[in-house]
Design a protein around this ligand. Structure first.
Ligand code: ADP
Length: 313
């Protein structure tokens, strides 16, 4: 009993001490956490919209806080990448729009000069109209790309027959190839059911077909369709100038033009394949390309295959 009394008395004496000790332990562990957290906050305060290159220093000395800092750094990488993309998009677009505007201004100034004949002015106005049409198309294309990349473009998810779309594109391709030594061959009538947006798909295939015709001085443009278990595809194959391996990496970049496109008086905008890629991906599909210099190119649009349960609305 005495022993217990002494123990109890000891406990009574020791308990406040223990409480004091644990309170100061707790305070120390809060401080241990707060110091690295303060470091993270200081680093974050240095990150400004005009300079997104700073990062939070790691390791922080506290595992949980280091994990937090790593997550913040990952988010900053993504924000910086998006910011750079937007910056270069704006810079590229302004540059590309300046060129035709400079041409238009030069022509207008020429028209305003003295002693121009009516015929000369008429001719200059036609040239101005072509430049205006081209610039308008470029602005429209840029809008599609910007909206598409931000997923703000409406895209149907309906069952449609890819063969029908290919037939329409074939017909237009015949017209585009008019006056050139190009044979256009098409696909049979067998239905190939895809899920997606028939109009957007037509736009993709028209871009591919117009390239095939433009980059084939003489030869053939051939359409084909195929299906696998889950996907269907339409391909456009040409026997034209082909694409070198170095160019192949860049052709889907916006405003990228190969030499053949650049050397034309009214060359392409370099946006056709960017649009095609964006529209394919928005439909859950993709574009594959195989090509070699001087041997022609083959572009294939893959789309999800319909399992027959989706019906046209
Ligand atoms: P462009 O308006 O210049 O045709 P695109 O985005 O449609 O722009 O194509 C980008 C570049 O890819 C072209 O400038 C050209 O160099 C190359 N290219 C695209 N399709 C073909 C093709 N069928 N054959 C050869 N080169 C092609």
């Amino acid at each position: 009993l005495l022993g217990f009394g002494a123990l109890a008395a000891g406990a009574v004496l020791l308990l406040p001490l223990a409480a004091l000790a644990s309170r100061s332990n707790a305070r120390r562990s809060v401080a241990d956490t707060l110091v690295p957290l303060q470091g993270v906050a200081d680093d974050m305060a240095r990150i400004l919209p005009e300079d997104l290159s700073h990062r939070v220093a790691t390791p922080t000395g506290q595992q949980d806080i280091t994990e937090l800092a790593t997550t913040i750094n990952g988010m900053l990488d993504r924000v910086e990448h998006a910011h750079r993309t937007l910056e270069s998009f704006t810079a590229d677009a302004s540059h590309e729009l300046r060129t035709p505007l400079t041409h238009i201004r030069a022509r207008v100034q020429w028209c305003l000069g003295e002693q121009r004949t009516d015929d000369e002015i008429q001719e200059a106005l036609s040239a101005i109209q072509r430049e205006v049409d081209r610039t308008t198309k470029m602005a429209d294309d840029l809008l599609v790309i910007a909206r598409g990349e931000n997923r703000q473009l409406s895209v149907d998810r309906e069952e449609f027959d890819l063969t029908e779309v290919v037939h329409e594109v074939e017909e237009i391709t015949h017209a585009m190839a008019d006056g050139k030594e190009i044979t256009v061959s098409g696909v049979a009538n067998d239905p190939v059911l895809a899920v997606g947006d028939a109009n957007r798909t037509r736009q993709v295939l028209l871009n591919l077909a117009s390239n095939a015709v433009r980059y084939t001085p003489a030869g053939s443009v051939r359409f084909a369709t195929e299906q696998s278990d889950t996907m269907v595809c339409a391909s456009v194959q040409d026997t034209g100038i082909g694409i070198s391996p170095e160019q192949l990496e860049k052709i889907f970049n916006r405003f990228y033009r190969g030499d053949a496109s650049r050397s034309r008086a009214f060359g392409g905008s370099g946006l056709g394949l960017t649009i095609a890629k964006v529209l394919a991906e928005l439909q859950g599909g993709r574009i594959e390309v195989s090509s070699a210099s001087e041997q022609g190119s083959s572009f294939t649009l893959w789309l999800p295959r319909s399992d027959g349960n989706l019906r046209k609305s």
